[in-house]
Ligand binder design. Structure first.
Ligand SMILES: Nc1ncnc2c1ncn2[C@@H]1O[C@H](COP(=O)(O)OP(=O)(O)OP(=O)(O)O)[C@@H](O)[C@H]1O
Length: 327
């Protein structure tokens, strides 16, 4: 296969993808490498979280794979197409939602924006009607279809944005910070919808987010980007293992008890005369059941809770690791 032929079986393929910007630094102009020789690919049907600290290079990558920005070096193939060269054809195959930027017509009712987008995508009347009805139903937008976009709440607008991006049934949906600023209920609604959309239509998802709830609920794979480079590619569990994240077993005991000593676990703290004790353990070397069995030999356990590694903490650790190894 030649170096420019897209591999079959990928929806997005980036190879040595690089993007530089010229930025002013006082009186000088310097080169900033926002995306630095990145190589990865996404298979059909995957749901990938693209995460990283502010300024890591996420939006720049997304813009290149959507054809909005030209790479400085390397290449990107999206849905088998060259995004900048084939931008029009690509627009029929992907849907893009930028949380901060609208693709809807501000002064028009939502319904009319959908009508215009359906015309742009050359949907037939029947296709437009059936897909609009489906999206309006599942996203619960019936009450505000006649409302101008500028009068919508942020939660309502985001649902309309996602519907607009999905009207033409794209095979890839790219979401840049889809839940930013949304309240808990709106986030939950949107996530449930995306899970369903993916299950029913096999849509591939790629999303950038700072909200680890999005990653936990939506993504089966995560790519961590740090200073324009790929710092991790794998599952969330795998990431927790990579950085040695611990689980915590919290036990409520029948009687006050001194500090529990359990092989393979670390006593974190005791509360209420030792009635409640917190024990941290590494899930790759022992199990909650084993830790509990040892506790039960020492005291009567009334209740227990196991906490998963905190995702924010796991991601913070991978950034720290990446910055130590690059310094
Ligand atoms: N048009 C531009 N001109 C100059 N520098 C830019 C431009 N766009 C992005 N950058 C710089 O490139 C780097 C990566 O930016 P990018 O927006 O891709 O990061 P990000 O990971 O999406 O960040 P955030 O989470 O804050 O949105 C940053 O240092 C940013 O300042």
């Amino acid at each position: 296969m030649s170096g420019t032929t897209p591999s079959s079986g990928t929806v997005v393929e980036v190879r040595d993808l690089t993007r530089d910007f010229r930025v002013r630094d006082g009186l000088k102009v310097r080169r900033l490498t926002a995306v630095d020789h990145m190589t990865w690919s996404i298979a059909p049907g995957e749901a990938v979280g693209y995460i990283g600290a502010n300024g890591a290079g996420k939006s720049t990558t997304i813009k290149m794979l959507a054809g909005i920005l030209v790479p400085s070096a390397g290449e990107v193939i999206t849905c088998g197409l060259r995004p900048v060269k084939d931008r029009k054809r690509l627009a029929r195959r992907i849907g893009v939602v930028f949380g901060q930027r609208s693709q809807l017509w501000w002064d028009l009712p939502v319904r009319e924006s959908f009508g215009i987008l359906a015309a742009i995508h050359s949907l037939s009347r029947a296709e437009e009607r059936s897909r609009t009805d489906e999206l309006v139903g599942t996203l619960d937008m019936g009450d505000y279809l006649g409302t101008p976009v500028r009068q919508l709440s942020l939660g309502q607008r985001m649902r309309a944005e996602v519907a607009a991006a999905l009207l033409h049934r794209p095979e890839l949906l790219v979401l840049d910070e889809p839940t930013i600023g949304l309240d808990v209920l709106s986030k939950q609604r949107l996530r449930e919808f995306l899970v369903r959309e993916r299950a029913e239509h096999g849509t591939t998802l790629l999303l950038t987010t700072h909200d680890m709830g999005d990653v936990e609920r939506l993504c089966d794979r995560i790519l961590v980007v740090d200073h324009g480079r790929l710092a991790y590619d794998g599952t969330l569990d795998g990431l927790a293992r990579t950085v040695g994240a611990e689980r915590v077993l919290i036990v409520d005991l029948a009687e006050p008890h001194g500090r529990l000593v359990v092989a393979g676990a670390r006593h974190l703290r005791s509360e209420g005369d030792g009635l409640r004790q917190h024990l941290a353990f590494d899930p790759t070397t022992t199990t909650a059941a084993r830790v509990l069995a040892t506790v039960s030999e020492q005291a009567e356990v009334l209740d227990l809770t196991i906490t998963e590694p905190d995702v924010e903490d796991v991601v913070r650790r991978i950034y720290e690791r990446a910055s130590t190894s690059s310094s």
